[in-house]
Design a protein. Structure first.
Length: 202
């Protein structure tokens, strides 16, 4: 009975540690700037976002990508792991989930169907560009929007009106959940350490 209780406690501790650790982080290449007044979704909230940084997972995670909204004339796609959310055909809160994403650079990007003006058609995580570039995406980490917590929100600037840096042309919320198998292994490891300690003391 004591072993079962210890195992349960170990799993609880594991979940607690995972919930405190950031599951998504930026690589530090971007610049933090105040959200501009022409952003239709987050202006006036006293927020800053990072423009030009690239998003990484810090461990194995399950990711849910949700379409949150847009202010754009162009039709823009968000592509991640072979699935797509479009700012014209999808509705807010439409989403898809990708399981067992490894730690490292997340595989996503934005593609603009209207940006055939020499400014580029899209931007991908890993080659994001900075503030005042013609196309880029901004990132806000650890934010609650419409009563839902997101580990990250990414906001595309398609430069349909030039490099206006409003970053509200296609907005995606990302929620990350630690892989259950990783949590179980961690719990078993704690359980084993507890048993070993008990044998030593006996």
């Amino acid at each position: 009975m004591k072993c079962i209780k210890f195992f349960a406690a170990a799993v609880i501790v594991c979940f607690s540690l995972q919930s405190q650790a950031a599951l998504l982080e930026l690589d530090g290449l971007g610049t933090d700037v105040p959200v501009p007044g022409n952003n239709d979704f987050f202006s006036g909230m006293g927020l800053s976002y990072n423009v030009g940084g690239n998003l990484h997972a810090t461990s194995f995670v399950d990711l849910t990508f949700s379409y949150l909204g847009h202010e754009a004339g162009y039709s823009n796609d968000f592509n991640a792991y072979g699935q797509t959310l479009n700012n014209k055909t999808n509705s807010p809160d439409d989403s898809f989930t990708v399981s067992s994403v490894a730690a490292g650079l997340l595989n996503f990007g934005f593609y603009s169907h209207g940006a055939n003006n020499g400014w580029g058609l899209g931007i991908y995580n890993g080659n994001n560009t900075g503030f005042a570039a013609y196309q880029s995406f901004a990132t806000i980490l650890d934010i609650t929007y419409n009563d839902i917590f997101y580990d990250a929100i990414v906001l595309f600037d398609d430069s349909g009106a030039g490099p206006d840096d409003d970053s509200d042309d296609h907005i995606i919320g990302i929620r990350a959940v630690p892989e259950p198998s990783i949590l179980a292994l961690f719990g078993l490891g704690l359980f084993g350490l507890g048993l070993a300690r008990r044998r030593i003391h006996s």
